[in-house]
Write a protein that binds this ligand. Structure first.
Ligand code: IMP
Length: 435
């Protein structure tokens, strides 16, 4: 039975939500296992567009069990808002959503720490976080002493625990130059709000680790929905300009509890170009008219923060590294239609570092800053491809472009997307685009 992972291979925003939504038709369980409300997954279904953050993209299908596993950091108020938003539009969110009691909880002090800390990074260049408290919450998880898991909200002593943490956090925030005044974090107010959130979420809370282990052992079809992209992985990405979780394939097991040996397939998702939100090096960035053109054509503005995304050419060095790192079997290439008006398209097939050509992705951010992309120029197609439904419907230059991407990344292409709707997806026969 398929146990499939959908992993972004760039810096996030690869349109994974659309692919997850398509694949859920063939799966029984859809799992979010890392990240939190920093993620924004857009799913277009029945002519309506939904923005999801914590709720798995399987929520729109009947008979699909959605799971938010323990590796996720959870802001209860955001999750409740999201659930309410979905139910008000007629989407059923009941026992089809379970949430791990091991998930760590985001509190107001995390959001404040995010704001204060972001400026301190890397001699002035901010990470440019989504300001959702994600990094500080993960830091408390690893630090342990000031952490609260969802399951803790249902145990005695929560009021005292919150008071104790607030005391410590006030000192920490003051040391970081934040608002130190008494009352800036009111433990009673926080306790009351979180007690209410906890009561709302109670019907969904479960031991998802055991649920998922039972599911794989019962041969259920499981889909793991990655958030962000492999290049933002805290261990293997462009550190420190990363998110605080394992957003490459490496995070599936630690975040969900399901051993890697059960995974039968990893689908890597790439855009036909590259985008990045926030700070950090981006070798193929086009901070010019081309980048602006891609931004407008692709509506490249953040789902969560609405920040304009930085846009650039496809970086095959980064994507190949990410594909190897995540154990990718095949690729889905998204947003190919965004490139349709360009006369020429460039692809970065290598870097030059200190005068030497390399296809190895540098491990240090300083080296990544210094690389000079080596581009290959490919002809554009300059026709509307949004109505294409088979590979043969695509103009020859678009097919050649795809073939070259697959070759450079070293993985076969399985799907191509030419628009947001479910049906604007081209299945690619095995014989096409094999590297
Ligand atoms: P954080 O995850 O909010 O700590 O942000 C860390 C970095 O990851 C910033 O550069 C964010 O812009 C980026 N990031 C976090 N989540 C996403 C996402 O879902 N898509 C794209 N970038 C993201």
């Amino acid at each position: 039975m398929p146990v499939t992972c959908v992993i972004g291979l760039q810096w996030g925003d690869e349109a994974k939500g659309k692919i997850v939504d398509l694949l859920t038709a063939d799966h029984d369980v859809v799992v979010r296992y890392q990240g939190g409300s920093n993620a924004g997954h857009t799913v277009v279904t029945g002519g309506q567009s939904y923005k999801l953050s914590l709720v798995p993209s399987g929520i729109f299908r009947r008979n699909v069990q959605c799971v938010v596993a323990g590796g996720v950091v959870l802001n209860p108020a955001s999750l409740i808002d999201e659930i309410d938003g979905l139910t008000s539009r007629g989407v059923r969110v009941g026992e089809n959503l379970i949430i791990s009691d091991r998930a760590h909880v985001v509190f107001p002090w995390h959001v404040e720490e995010d704001r204060l800390l972001d400026k301190l990074c890397d001699g002035g260049e901010a990470i440019g976080t989504t300001m959702r408290g994600i990094g500080p919450c993960y830091r408390d998880k690893v630090g342990r002493s000031l952490a609260v898991r969802l399951g803790d909200l249902y145990r005695p002593g929560l009021r005292e625990r919150i008071a104790q943490i607030v005391q410590a956090k006030r000192r920490i925030l003051a040391g970081m130059g934040g608002a130190a005044e008494e009352g800036s974090l009111d433990p009673d107010q926080i306790f009351q709000a979180y007690e209410q959130h906890a009561a709302r979420l109670r019907p969904h809370v479960a031991d998802t680790t055991v649920f998922l282990l039972d599911a794989v052992e019962a041969n259920k079809r499981i889909l793991f929905e990655g958030a962000q992209g492999a290049m933002l992985d805290v261990d293997h990405g462009t550190f420190p300009f990363v998110t605080s979780s394992n957003s490459s394939g490496a995070g599936v097991s630690s975040g969900s509890g399901v051993p890697g040996r059960y995974i039968t397939k990893v689908l890597g998702i790439v855009k036909a170009y590259t985008t990045r939100v926030g700070g950090g090096p981006f070798p193929t960035e086009q901070d010019n008219e081309t980048g602006q053109h891609i931004r407008e054509m692709g509506n490249e503005y953040g789902t969560v923060t609405r920040r304009p995304r930085r846009c650039g050419w496809f970086d095959a060095v980064a994507a190949r590294y990410a594909a190897r790192l995540s154990g990718v079997d095949s690729l889905a290439v998204m947003l190919l239609d965004v490139l349709s008006r360009l006369a020429e398209i460039q692809v970065c097939m290598a870097y030059e570092l200190d005068g030497r050509r390399t296809t190895t992705f540098p491990s240090h951010v300083d080296d990544l800053r210094r690389v000079v992309p080596v581009y290959e120029m490919l002809p554009g197609w300059q026709t509307d491809i949004t109505a294409a439904r088979t590979v043969d419907d695509l103009p020859e230059p678009a097919r050649a472009y795809l073939a070259r991407l697959g070759q450079l990344v070293g993985r076969p292409i399985e799907m191509v997307s030419v628009g947001p709707d479910r049906d604007q997806t081209i299945p690619v026969p095995h014989s096409f685009f094999r590297p």
